[in-house]
Design a protein around this ligand. Structure first.
Ligand SMILES: [Fe+2]
Length: 198
């Protein structure tokens, strides 16, 4: 099954700055995503995107929401239409005249799967958070204290352990950090700090 999008441009530049309201985005999320684990993952990535936009990029609230919205909806079609991932959510957002940068971030969150290169910082951070967030969450579930007391070295140990969260691609995680120009350790520490407080 190929998920290649075979496209390079998404949305329309005249829609720059157009977003869904939080209520509209949450409605779409609830309607499309029925699986609780996937919901948790998408909410976690949304939170990480918002926090990074605010704290590391020092973006204003409107831009923070654009980052958050990309995170919130990036896997919206994975649950019910895996063979159309992420084509279906892209088309939905295009029909709703959403900001092309948000759509591009969703389209490039797995360059090896969708064939779209991450270009902007928003694109690159979504790609970087996606897999790593899931691995760290899986690690928290096996620790008695969850995120409490979690350390960088514990996460790095799990990363080296191929059998742990075996479906999470270590190569993609490193590739994403390289593309974003951010050390893997910094991304891990950011996720530990933020994800434990949702
Ligand atoms: Fe994801």
């Amino acid at each position: 099954m190929s998920l290649l999008l075979n496209r390079k441009t998404f949305g329309d530049i005249s829609n720059s700055g157009n977003v869904l309201s939080k209520e509209e985005a949450m409605q779409l999320f609830k309607d499309w995503v029925l699986n609780e684990r996937l919901r948790t993952h998408m909410l976690q990535v949304a939170h990480l995107m918002k926090c990074w936009a605010a704290e590391k990029e020092q973006l204003n609230e409107a831009d923070q929401w654009r980052w958050e919205m990309a995170g919130l909806l990036h896997d919206a079609d994975w649950d019910q239409w895996p063979e159309q991932h992420c084509k279906k959510i892209i088309e939905e957002l295009e029909q709703r005249n959403i900001d092309p940068e948000i759509i591009h971030a969703i389209a490039s969150h797995g360059p090896n799967h969708f064939g779209v290169e991450p270009e902007t910082k928003m694109d690159k951070m979504l790609y970087a958070f996606d897999e790593l967030s899931g691995l760290i969450h899986a690690y928290s579930l096996m620790r008695p204290g969850g995120y409490e007391g979690m350390e960088l070295k514990g996460v790095k140990k799990r990363l080296k352990e191929k059998s742990f969260a075996a479906n999470v691609s270590r190569e993609e995680i490193q590739d994403a950090c390289n593309r974003a120009g951010i050390a893997l350790d910094e991304v891990i520490q950011f996720i530990i700090a933020k994800q434990g407080k949702i």
